[in-house]
Every structure is written in structure tokens, then in C-alpha cells.
Ligand binder design. Structure first.
Ligand code: SF4
Ligand code: SF4
Length: 228
């Protein structure tokens, strides 16, 4: 039995389209005949490829979100942002030190932060973006790495930052520095890596590679997660 949905009006690039209510922005684009080649990835809110800005009817605020996660509303005006041009310095991690000097050198923009918190409000992952920027300014690399851990690099924070900071690229450098220089060694990880190298999981990995997509998805979402 098919469900009859009410149709609502949305504006894509200023042009009027009618789409079923309850659709995400991404589904609404495709329903309207757009073939998405850029700005689309996992469709599950993990990859950060589908940053989008929109205004809702009667609301003066320009909002941001992921097209695959944001549901359309009647009268919404939408523009997808398939790529955010961003400052991205090239560096050799082996030549860096895990301290504030590295950020002074590679991301001097970070020190322009005016603590407005716009980035945190813009983040679809509810990350405390301003707090990780402030941690970088204090040279607290471990804190910045921890706070930015769930960043999906959608770029929405950088798009709204009045100080032109590219928070997510600075955040990934913090996590790289933390991983290479500051994190404690894990004996359990060493054992697991050795097991993988010795082929202990080859059979299971082969089975996963051959599994149909729906079965793989079912297995993934029903997995046990240990958080300790
Ligand atoms: S938007 Fe930019 S200036 Fe404002 S708190 Fe975030 S990083 Fe700082
Ligand atoms: S920190 Fe910035 S780039 Fe990362 S998920 Fe949040 S808004 Fe997107």
C-alpha cells in the first residue's frame, strides 16, 4: 500500500518545485529531477559531503544543515554547497611538534577567533567548535582533538565564521598530532594489528566484501558497540 503524501512548495536555486512532505532536501532535489554528482556521499549523515544552506518561510535566518538529514518545509529556499574552498596548508607530520607553535605557523587564522560561537551554532553534528578552536589557541592539542573528533568536514562552520577560520582543517591537524605524539600506546591495538597482518580475519573480511548491500547494512546496524 503506497502512502499518499501532501505536496509542498520549495525553491531550489530560486525556482519553484513541488515535492512530497517529509522528504529530506536530498530526496527533494532528486524528486525534482536533479542528478546529484557532487555534494552527495553516504546519505546517512556521516560523510559531510552535502552541506546545504536554506531559509524557511517567514524566517530571516540563513540556516545550514546536511541535505541528507534535513527535512524540507513548505516555502523553504535551498542551495546546496558541493564544495567549500578552504585554507589547507601542506605539512609533514614528522616535522611538526604537538604544541601551539605549530598552529601559529600553519593556521594563524585560528588566533583571530572572536569567540562569537557562530561556528558551534552552525555545526550539524552539535560539536563545540568554538571550544576546540579555543583549545588550539591555548595549545591544548588533546582537548582540541577530543572535541573535534566527530567532525565530518562539511565546512558549514567555516562558511559562517566572521574571522575566516577553517576550523575543521585545524581540527584534523590536532587529531593527527594527538595520534602521532600524545596518545598512549594501546597493547590491545598492537595485538589486533598483528592478528590482522597474520591473516586471522581474512575469511571474515572476504565474506563481508561479497555480502549484498542490504545484508551488510543490517549487520552494521545490529552490531554490538563497546564504549568503555
Ligand atoms: S565562528 Fe569563528 S570567530 Fe566565531 S567562535 Fe567560531 S571560530 Fe571563533
Ligand atoms: S566542525 Fe565544522 S566542518 Fe566539522 S561537522 Fe561541524 S560544521 Fe561541519
Amino acid at each position: 500500500m503506497s502512502i499518499q503524501r501532501e505536496m509542498i512548495n520549495i525553491y531550489i536555486g530560486g525556482e519553484l518545485f513541488q515535492v512530497p512532505e517529509g522528504h529530506t532536501i536530498m530526496m527533494a532535489f532528486e524528486y525534482s529531477g536533479f542528478q546529484l554528482k557532487r555534494g552527495v556521499g553516504c546519505r546517512e549523515g556521516y560523510c559531510g559531503a552535502c552541506a546545504t544552506v536554506y531559509r524557511e518561510k517567514g524566517d530571516y535566518k540563513l540556516k545550514g544543515g546536511l541535505a541528507c538529514q534535513t527535512v524540507v518545509t513548505d516555502g523553504m529556499t535551498i542551495a546546496m554547497i558541493p564544495f567549500v574552498p578552504a585554507e589547507k596548508p601542506v605539512y609533514d607530520l614528522n616535522e611538526l611538534t604537538p604544541d601551539v607553535g605549530t598552529f601559529t605557523q600553519l593556521f594563524p587564522s585560528v588566533f583571530r577567533c572572536v569567540s562569537c560561537n557562530t561556528c558551534t551554532k552552525a555545526c550539524p553534528q552539535d560539536i563545540q567548535v568554538m571550544d576546540y578552536v579555543q583549545a588550539l589557541i591555548r595549545g591544548d592539542i588533546a582537548k582540541a582533538a577530543d572535541l573535534s573528533f566527530d567532525c565530518i568536514r562539511c565546512g558549514l562552520c567555516a562558511l559562517r565564521c566572521p574571522a575566516e577560520i577553517v576550523q575543521y582543517n585545524a581540527g584534523i591537524l590536532a587529531r593527527r598530532l594527538y595520534g602521532k605524539y600524545l596518545s598512549k600506546n594501546s597493547p590491545e591495538l598492537e595485538i589486533r594489528l598483528k592478528e590482522i597482518e597474520e591473516g586471522k580475519y581474512d575469511k571474515e573480511i572476504d565474506e563481508l566484501k561479497k555480502m549484498p548491500g542490504d545484508k551488510l547494512s543490517e549487520k552494521y546496524y545490529s552490531r554490538e558497540i563497546n564504549i568503555s
